[in-house]
Write a protein that binds this ligand. Structure first.
Ligand code: ADP
Ligand code: ADP
Length: 226
């Protein structure tokens, strides 16, 4: 019963586009699970379903036996386009996310300390006062990841977070992400189109089929964490 359990998930978009046909996945808590598969195989849709961003789906999405959308499950999402609020500074973007982890609110000073911690953890303390659109893609990605961790998520969802970055930036962010994850080991679904990255970061690799009649395949990956 523990961990993330997806039962017979099917998603059809308005207009009849079948995005996911029949997804069954059982994933133990506190792992990083990478998701690969061809374009259109429903990787983003799977994350959106768990994030609660779809108007409808059929099937069950459970975390530790309860709906993933129950209030005790906090979900951090790093969407493909970063999803930062452009009219808020970097620190305000993190502060807003912290309201999810601290619904009772934090004292101003404590909040500032925490924001600084999350920004420092992604190597961007000096960007606190900047606005997202004045930042590079890699910097925005760091903010988006810091924000997702600031939620103190039980489930963390990342949609191709490093795909638009140059190789050196990608490696740096992979390392910062892993350090943060080890300190906050949420149950993590990580979509990537890069097979090497999937193998580097995932304890299991989920392969989404292009044929929606088929189920995703889960491959145990022993190359990491040992
Ligand atoms: P992937 O992330 O693997 O590329 P997606 O989840 O984006 O796959 O898409 C799965 C299928 O659903 C594709 O055929 C795509 O065109 C379709 N789709 C995705 N989003 C929408 C949407 N908002 N409305 C209609 N169809 C969509
Ligand atoms: P991804 O594969 O990560 O979803 P896409 O480029 O396929 O990226 O989709 C970008 C945006 O367009 C998404 O918000 C998705 O919901 C939407 N989209 C994708 N396919 C369709 C579609 N067939 N009809 C309508 N919207 C779509």
């Amino acid at each position: 019963n523990s961990g993330l359990s997806i039962k017979d998930l099917k998603v059809e978009y308005k207009g009849g586009q079948l995005a996911l046909g029949h997804v069954e996945l059982t994933l133990p808590e506190h792992g990083i699970y990478t998701i690969i598969g061809p374009s259109g195989s429903g990787k983003s849709t799977l994350l959106r379903a768990i994030a609660g961003l779809l108007p409808s789906y059929t099937g069950e999405l459970l975390f530790n036996g309860k709906s993933v959308h129950a209030k005790e499950t906090l979900i951090g999402l790093v969407p493909q386009n970063y999803g930062l609020l452009p009219w808020k500074t970097v620190q305000a973007n993190i502060g807003i996310a912290m309201k999810i982890s601290h619904p009772e609110g934090l004292h101003k000073q404590e909040q500032e300390v925490q924001i600084k911690h999350w920004l420092t953890s992604m190597g961007i303390a000096e960007l606190a006062g900047r606005y997202p659109l004045s930042l590079s893609g890699g910097q925005q990605q760091r903010v988006a990841i810091a924000r997702a961790f600031a939620i103190l998520p039980t489930i963390l969802l990342l949609d191709e977070p490093f795909s638009a970055l140059d190789a050196i930036t990608r490696e740096t962010l992979q390392e910062l992400f892993l350090d943060n994850w080890l300190a906050n080991p949420a149950t993590t679904l990580f979509v990537t189109h890069d097979v090497e990255e999937a193998i580097l970061l995932g304890q299991k690799v989920i392969i989404m089929p292009s044929n929606k009649e088929e189920m995703p395949e889960i491959v145990d990956n022993h190359s990491v964490f040992q």
